[in-house]
Design a protein. Sequence first.
Length: 487
Amino acid sequence: MANNDTIIRFKDVSFQFAHDKAILSEVNFSVRKGMKVALMGQNGAGKSTLFKLLTKTLQLESGEITVDKQMTIATAFQVIDPKDLSLTILQYFQKYCLRETHEVKSRMAAVLDAVNLHALDDKLVSSFSGGQQARLLLAAALIQNPDLLLLDEPTNNLDAAGIAHLTVFLMGYSKSVVVISHDADFLNAFTEGVLYLDSHTKKVEQYAGNYLDVVEQIQARIEKENRANAQRAKGIQENKDKANFFAHKGGKMRNVAKKMREKIEVLESEKVTVRKEDKTIRPFMIPVQTNYPHDVLKITSYEVMVGQERVTKPCDVILMKGRHLQIIGPNGIGKSTLIEAMAKGELPGLRLPASLRVGYYRQDFSTLNFEETVHQSLTHAMLESQTNMSEERLRSVASGFLLTADVVKATIGSLSEGQKGLVAFARLVLLQPGLLILDEPTNHINFRHLPLIASALDAFAGAMILVSHVPDFVAQIHIDDVLDLER
């Protein structure tokens, strides 16, 4: 095949869940061999669904998807399949590379080196940190040696070194890539085109250039369309005024008024629908629990991973009301394990007041009950806060996080990962905690929402513990103390 050959073509593709949840509407786009393309759009727009249609995990309803028959495809999804967590590393790669054991081991060593991760064959997948699991997902796709690599939020949970390593790898990758990500800087480093899934029109807009180029193109188009519509609106009003004036004159003037109204209809028909930008969540605040102790938390020791060994380190950390603590360290050292033990009150050397209400945001959303509807989940958070809140308050908070009426009725398990994150934040608002524990709260979240989330966390009047690998996000939040697990 020549390098400009088309390997994927969507023609008039439409898809919906149930009878009232349209995802795609007559979508058309194509991808050529060797291209590295970003797939972007609002949380819940249907980006992951598009991947599943491409790989035939979901069945097409109407239209046509043409894929080069000689091409192999591998997908690195956002999270490890729960069924894979009990596998050893060797078993995990054998599942995705159906070859003799010696060849699997050879390929495994190469792909683990490519993602900068090293582990013994018998280590369990479940024992890896979130960042290490993110690297495993990519390695499982690479071991298949695909012609087309589909990446779904590959930078989630990765530390700065991991993102840098992945970026360099993709810059030098010679095959085709389509990547879903909300990390604009990451995308700008290696992509050469953007597929933008508009959550309003349900169509895919195709652009050349990286994401910054696309933002400029979209903004220029919006400004042009707004100027043209403003001119048409001015002409419409002038003709309405003239039509009204001549209509009252009677006689032949009524014909003049009729022509004016016909011109108004023409101008109205020429008005264009200006592209709607992605909505952002509303500015919000997380109310703090009343009447809780001044000294919220005290830690006298914690455990970290050094190589394959758990090592206990002494410390003297007292987190007081209104203080914000950041916990830092590389992937795999034990940050998530540490704060989970804190949230559950199971950390040796930790003292938490019995009356303290803890709001815990987990990076994998496992604190959410995926069988519940969004409404049920928010109601439980409201009840746990032991404050008198109304259905009106619940609906208002949900709406502020773009959880519309149809989303509120849906089960949490049916939502996109980004929407689950917004549910988790809405729960924190309704919970009114005294202590916030946040594990990678930027994962899966549309980057347009992040300044508003950072502002709410910065203003939180209670105590807070934060783990995040996104320096720009952390820089917007006041941090009083830092616990470096490597030190």
